[in-house]
Design a protein around this ligand. Structure first.
Ligand code: FES
Length: 281
């Protein structure tokens, strides 16, 4: 891998914090990844010598201090085991940064839309845009208050932050596409970047399509082994076959075949359920 680092002693976990049920923030010492990372990139983590490798979106990092931050959601056997690690423990292997960086327009307003742990993926883009003085509007959505992640960090990195929850327990009651539709009517928008559940990214892409607003969606949730070998992250974009781990994870939302993806994603969910059931029994 480009930029993969080898450290036979493992990768020290500096901090671990519960952000939401089964959703952890990890801060890990990994200097090469910290120096090389750009918005939208991910890393591969094998927490234990015998475990599978998990692709995780990079949420933050400090090139000088050499740490990175990522968010991990417990969805299967390996991530559940990783959820039991603590600060002071070590991860067996870390490789990255991987994937193509997010294409950010050089001028104009950018709207970042995140659902659930998609917050992690948009935080680096928000910080990069803010640093170069572009206007950033962030829309964060979650099922309820406790599922809205990294709100404080994103508020600091945005000119405007809008929060929506399905149950109205925080911010506006409703879904992210409601405020997005209002923004599209309110002012010129140069780019929209959406990261979250498939139906949400599809709805965002449809909302921006009529005005032809450049829209990127991050298909990081599709990735299985992150190597370009397993084929699990195949996606049809503009009639061509692409791999999320290799060609992405960001793609033009107006060209992604969402119907095909949603069908396949249901298959993976069924698989994960089996894996975690096996461990629990
Ligand atoms: Fe396996 Fe991309 S995740 S090929």
């Amino acid at each position: 891998y480009m930029g993969a680092e080898v450290n036979e002693d493992g990768y020290l976990i500096l901090e671990k914090e519960l952000l939401a049920p089964e959703t952890w923030s990890f801060v890990v010492q990994a200097p090469m990844v910290a120096r090389g990372r750009k918005p939208g990139q991910f890393l591969m983590v094998a927490p234990f010598p015998t475990s599978e490798r998990i692709p995780l979106t990079l949420a933050d990092g400090d090139p000088r201090a050499g740490w990175i931050r990522f968010i991990m959601v417990e969805v299967g056997a390996t991530t559940r085991a990783m959820g039991r690690l603590s600060a002071g423990d070590k991860l067996f292997a870390v490789a990255g940064p991987m994937g193509e960086p997010t294409e950010l327009v050089e001028t104009g307003t950018v709207v970042l839309v995140a659902g659930g742990y998609g917050s992690a993926a948009i935080l680096p883009a928000a910080k990069a845009l803010k640093a170069r003085g572009q206007k950033v509007i962030t829309i964060l959505g979650g099922r309820s208050r406790e599922r809205v992640l990294l709100a404080a960090e994103l508020e600091a990195a945005s000119d405007e932050l809008i929060i929506t929850t399905d149950d109205g327990s925080l911010g506006r009651k409703g879904i992210v596409t409601h405020p997005l539709a209002e923004l599209i009517e309110r002012e010129p928008i140069a780019e929209v970047i959406a990261v979250g559940p498939m139906p949400m990214m599809q709805a965002v892409s449809e909302a921006t399509r009529p005005k032809g607003i450049f829209t990127l969606v991050s298909l990081n949730a599709l990735m299985v082994d992150g190597t370009g070998m397993c084929g699990g992250c195949r996606v049809t974009v503009g009639g061509e076959q692409k791999f999320a781990c290799f060609d992405g994870p960001d793609f033009d939302g107006h060209k992604v075949d969402f119907a095909q993806l949603r069908m396949r994603q249901d298959w993976y969910r069924a698989d994960e359920t089996k894996a975690s059931d096996h461990v629990c029994n």
